[in-house]
Write a protein that binds this ligand. Structure first.
Ligand code: 3PG
Length: 307
């Protein structure tokens, strides 16, 4: 019988788990659960004889792929797939997929939750600032960037975007000013929100040169990946510029140093929280389960990443 493992170090909401089970069992498959695991060995043991795996930010490297002797498909319930070794999957004939867009709204809402908390001085009662009328730059206009644009417009911000893979027309249709270069975005916007994936090209790409272009009272908002930031550059810049702040859902590797040096100018979540809503868990989890059933039953390869 086909075995589907849900391996989530950061568990889904119960309703999402129930929905996944229902979809998997309705297809005649068995559903297994490995939640809140604390060692890689637990994951290696759990994957030993499964046909399919649903993951979140869980690491699927060569060792895991090799340990999963019957594995046919792994689905990342979410957008970013920098946690999957696609080459290792391809080498073993394993299909890798993501579920693009399914948790985008949750991440977009968190961007503004964090911004409001920050500009209102952590709801301390001290006088803060407002978002209305401020310049807001969206770095990458994908599923999250598009929702972020709508919310920013609701706040009355002046919204700009840069995305070399999306046409000016598509961006401008959303009432957003489309900029042609990344430099223009960072020069123009007091707030910049990152929505780029972590790839060979983007890792450490948010560097001193770019950040130093941002206007007075600059705020960088990162709900993407910590790896895209050059942390040493950011530390240098924040030492030089007392008006620069950094908000991130992804605690930097040097988080303690940031907090120690710039306590009032940084805000980091204790745990990655962007996609952690009931709705996002249900959307992404159920999509992943349906994609597995579609692939195993009908060979549907929509959203395959390693083509
Ligand atoms: C994503 O890439 O979809 C988000 O970063 C969510 O990650 P998570 O499933 O670990 O919360």
């Amino acid at each position: 019988m086909t075995k589907v493992l849900v391996a989530t170090e950061k568990p889904f909401a119960q309703e999402a788990v129930d929905g996944i089970k229902q979809i998997v069992e309705k297809a005649g498959f068995t559903c297994m659960l490995l939640e809140s695991y604390t060692s890689k060995q637990q994951l290696l043991d759990a994957v030993a004889d499964v046909d399919a795996i649903i993951i979140r930010s869980d690491i699927i490297d060569k060792e895991v792929v090799d340990a999963a002797k019957n594995l046919k498909i792994v689905v990342r319930a979410g957008a970013g797939y920098d946690n999957i070794d696609l080459d290792a999957c391809t080498a073993k004939g394993v299909v890798a997929m993501n579920t693009p867009g399914q948790n985008a709204n949750a991440v977009a809402e968190l961007v503004f939750g964090m911004m409001i908390f920050f500009v209102r001085i952590s709801f301390s009662g001290k006088s803060g600032t407002e978002l209305r009328g401020k310049t807001f730059g969206i770095h990458a206009f994908g599923n999250i960037g598009r929702i972020v644009a709508k919310i920013a417009q609701g706040f009355g911000m002046k919204v700009y975007a840069f995305d070399p893979f999306v046409s000016h027309d598509v961006i401008e249709k959303e009432g957003v000013t489309s900029l042609s270069t990344i430099e223009e975005l960072y020069k123009t916007c007091q707030y910049v929100s990152l929505h780029i994936p972590a790839t060979e090209k983007t890792i450490k790409s948010i560097n001193y040169n770019l950040l130093s272009m941002m206007p007075k009272d600059a705020v960088l908002v990162n709900t993407a990946r910590k790896e895209v930031i050059n942390e040493d550059d950011m530390l240098k810049l924040m030492t030089e510029r007392k008006d620069f702040s950094y908000i991130a859902d992804v605690r930097p590797s040097k988080g303690a140093e940031f907090e120690e040096k710039f306590a009032k100018r940084v805000l980091f979540t204790a745990q990655k929280s962007g996609a952690q809503t009931e709705e996002a868990n249900i959307n992404a989890g159920l999509a992943a389960a349906n994609q597995i059933v579609g692939f195993i039953s009908k060979g549907d390869r929509t959203f395959q990443l390693n083509k």
